[in-house]
Ligand binder design. Sequence first.
Ligand code: J2J
Length: 523
Amino acid sequence: MEGFTPWPEEFEARYVAEGYWSDRLLGDVLRGGDPERVALVAGDERLTYAELDRRAGRTAAGFARLGIRRGDRVVVQLPNTSSFVVVFLALVRIGAAPVLALPAHRSSEIGYLCELSEARAYVIPDVHGGFDHRELARSLSVEHVVVDGDAQEFLALADLEADPGEVSCERPDPADVGVFLLSGGTTGLPKLIPRTHRDYVYNLEASAEVCGFTPATVYLVVLPVAHNFALACPGVLGVFARGGTVVLAPSGSPDEAFPLIERERVTVCAMVPPIALLWLEAASWSKEDLSSLELLQVGGAKFAAERAAQVPGVLGCAVQQVLGMAEGLLNYTRLDDPRELVDTTQGRPLSPADEIRVVDSEGAEVAPGEVGELLTRGPYTLRGYYRAPEHNARSFTPDGFYRTGDLVRQLPTGHLVVEGRAKDQINRGGDKISAEELENHLLAHPAVHDAAVVGIPDAAMGERTCAFLIVRGQAPTLREVKAFLKERGVAAYKWPDRIRLVETFPRTPVGKVSKKELATGLG
Ligand code: J2J
């Protein structure tokens, strides 16, 4: 595929020879399940492996009849519903790559994703969270819009699935791009991460192994299912590969999640730290029976050791820390690690073939145990963002290591401890915000002369977003800034939590805005 950076041949040969890469495809992931067992619970729906397989097959045929085929891209923006799972499986079966947008994305993000990927179709709910996705779709020039629900002038997903006629289509190759994930981003525009069938299958299968998933696993999804963590680490796909059961929750709120845990006897759930904190609080007064819980996976942002240590006593289950990224590399604390390591580290690399380097700002390896930037390459870490040659030249070393922008130190056991960040990004409770992207939006405001966006510490979210503005004329209020960003179609999680008006920005000796100084000057 044009715009995709493959692994060099010698790496490909090695990953195949050593068994990391197989011929298994993302579309075959249901094959491991007992046809009669429940694969998916969503609201009132309960789908067995056989039923889910049938629905995915029919939907695949529906997409194929639209003329969507191997190598095409389809932007999928669906919330945590059975339709997401059906559409995802349908597309990967016919070799069309889903481009996974988050439900929170709006015209700014979606328009860009559709253009960059030259999407042949856009799949949406009718209305979700009070937002009419059909409105957004009308502003795009995508060939097919497929709607889960009331389709109006568009195509209804239900109709796509209705015709049982078989359609023959080309089977994808394991080396094909199977899915595009969204990068958290550090630049003005979001980046797409191409994941091949074989690297993502390895990602989800190896994760399922390390996390001890079995047919008895009942996995509750509380993060957006389109996020790498919930989808494939081991996530929904890892559960399917092991023949377990997935339960979809609309959110991580204890009001919604706890009754599902009790009803479905949920054993495992993946979440970001703010959700874990809510659960720790709510467990003391909730009436639901949470005794089925065995494992809480926490990642996406740093989970404090003191909080991790509370999980077993309060929630009655083990905790696993996960330092993951949609770009690839996954670090998990292991189920049999000593408690000390589980509480105080963010895990160690998933794969024996993951290569880790911890380097200083000159790119030289630091002494063992010292803090530096984490670089990595391996059998499931990308070699380049999609259609982004200039950005790739900066994001990768000449020998193909991905610069994560995370500051870590590595223990003799191989476990990593996250110590900070060297990238211009805000991690707002696991949601990633590119400072530059938000600054560019703010600069479009007529009264904003200059803007600098930084993360400020926050007890609940880890960080919140503060926009420092130099204005000309009448300064906008925070409410006006948010309204302006909403109007521009920027996802709400990217809106600043605070604005601060300043006369000038502090500068570093080389003349760059000193975000460190801005953040510390906040008090
Ligand atoms: C500190 N920072 C962390 C952690 C991720 C599993 C878990 C998370 C993600 C994810 C994921 C962190 N402590 N435990 O895809 O499969 C920050 C780092 C990292 C960035 C990646 C998964 N876990 N981070 O969060 O692509 O800065 O993936 O580089 O959204 O989140 O963000 P994202």
